[in-house]
Design a protein around this ligand. Structure first.
Ligand SMILES: Cc1cc2nc3c(=O)[nH]c(=O)nc-3n(C[C@H](O)[C@H](O)[C@H](O)COP(=O)(O)OP(=O)(O)OC[C@H]3O[C@@H](n4cnc5c(N)ncnc54)[C@H](O)[C@@H]3O)c2cc1C
Length: 417
């Protein structure tokens, strides 16, 4: 049975994270927006404390799957839900700062989705150590964004090493991962360009590996505390064992895309978390708008007929409904993940809905606040800037709708492009 009521334990963790978000993160939101890429060092110790206490779960990208049957009973997990709750609350505090906390990120999620048990033990264990560790993932290239199958970065076997050559762009936390002695980037590259999707495999490239270089640090619209970089790989040699999963390329004519499925499995785990990020930002803007409206004496009359409502009441109810719908869709996709069920459709639906909802809500809040919404005196303009990324990374809104349509209609990639 699906039950979206949080357990007592999760509710108290949520309360704790909310307090941290409101009292410790929110007051620093403007400072770290303006000091782009500076690390929120004064908050890191507290965050580490939460994570060790199990509050954050695998904050910053979990993707834990529990689907083993024990004595006929399906074993349930709350690992992803715990992470999701922490994500919503920290993004409620501040999106940029939340993304600048160390953690698994997409890199850890990719290991979780594609690694062998030994690789998971080796690389994921780093995230439970005392010192904060960074993981990042590089798929996007100048010619491969939404169309991830177009990846041109190559990995060629040479003795007991892989040699990587190519360019990656827009890597979240790439700088942090490469400045961290235990950090790593999961790089997707093709071992056989002729094999199409089947040739694309994930590789772990560790901090300090010669041949990997940061070529650009982005100056961004929003989430400015988080670093986003371009990376170049020039004869970058990594150990043979750093390929995640199998190196086997199955004949593309048999339509098997085993390695590439890892990209999708990674996204199935992380798209619901991006949806939760969006929901956190949307809730921050909406709560603040309602607080100010209440101070001004505006009462939202939920029980009156639509014909008698003011435009502002209608707008606020519409935003609340959208946020709630996005959260319920997202909880469902996370519930499926925690119960070992395939959630590709639900993960895309949740991300599409939450991305749209948060861009709409934050813009509407700027509009309703008038000039104060546009001013840097308040955080509304920042929330609007921070919101947009949720509709871009890990698959744009349009791509989520395409995935949803393909799933619902039963069409393959060839039929619905
Ligand atoms: C701040 C930031 C952080 C990022 N972090 C990471 C990261 O950590 N790792 C990583 O690998 N990448 C990352 N990305 C890259 C991000 O995932 C891509 O930008 C995104 O997937 C879109 O790809 P693209 O930029 O090539 O756009 P394009 O694919 O060129 O798309 C351009 C526009 O066309 C639309 N479009 C494309 N194809 C279709 C279609 N078939 N139907 C309808 N519309 C379509 C898109 O929705 C979009 O609006 C990040 C990007 C940003 C901005």
């Amino acid at each position: 049975m699906i039950d979206f009521e949080l357990t007592g334990k999760l509710k108290s963790q949520q309360q704790m994270m909310r307090g941290f978000a409101e009292q410790a993160m929110r007051p620093l939101a403007r400072k770290y927006d303006e000091e782009e890429h500076e690390k929120p060092t004064e908050l890191l110790k507290m965050v580490q404390g939460f994570m060790k206490g199990g509050v954050g779960g695998s904050m910053g990208g979990g993707g834990e799957k529990k689907k083993k049957e024990e004595g006929g009973e399906k074993k349930r997990s709350e690992a992803n839900l715990t992470t999701a709750i922490a994500v919503e609350e920290t993004f409620y505090g501040d999106a940029g700062i939340a993304l600048a906390f160390p953690g698994q990120g997409l890199g850890g999620a990719a290991v979780q989705a594609t690694g062998t048990p030994e690789q998971k033990a080796e690389f994921l264990a780093r995230f439970s150590e005392d010192e904060p560790v960074w993981g990042a993932m590089a798929i996007t290239e100048p010619e491969a964004g939404s169309d991830t199958a177009n990846i041109r970065t190559t990995a060629v076997k040479d003795g007991d090493e892989w040699v990587l050559n190519g360019e990656k762009i827009f890597v979240t936390s790439g700088k942090s991962a490469l400045e961290d002695s235990k950090g790593f980037v999961v790089v997707w590259a093709t071992v056989d360009p002729k094999a199409g999707r089947a040739g694309i495999k994930p590789f772990i490239v560790e901090y300090g590996t010669p041949g990997m270089q940061i070529t650009k640090v982005e100056d961004k619209l929003g989430i400015r505390c988080s670093d986003t970089v371009s990376l170049s790989f020039m004869d970058c040699r990594i150990p043979e064992k750093n390929i995640l999963g199998s190196a086997e390329v199955v004949d593309p004519k048999k339509a098997s895309t085993k390695g590439f499925k890892g990209v999708m499995a990674t996204f199935d785990a992380t798209r619901p978390l991006v949806a939760m990020m969006a929901i956190g930002v949307g809730r921050a803007a909406l709560d603040e708008l309602k607080r100010i409206m209440a101070e001004e004496g505006l009462e939202i009359r939920y029980a009156i007929s639509p014909g008698r409502m003011t435009a502002i009441e209608r707008d606020i109810m519409d935003m609340e409904a959208n946020l709630k719908a996005a959260r319920l869709l997202t909880y469902r996709s996370i519930w499926m993940l925690d119960n070992g069920e395939r959630n590709s459709l639900e993960a895309s639906m949740a991300k599409a809905k939450a991305g749209l909802a948060v861009t709409h809500i934050t813009q509407k809040c700027v509009e309703l606040m008038g000039p104060l919404g546009y001013s840097r005196e308040m955080l509304f303009e920042k929330w609007m800037r921070d919101a947009k990324i949720n509709d871009i990374f890990e698959g744009t809104g349009q791509i989520q709708m395409l995935v949803t349509a393909r799933n619902v209609l039963g069409f393959g990639r060839d039929k619905l492009k």
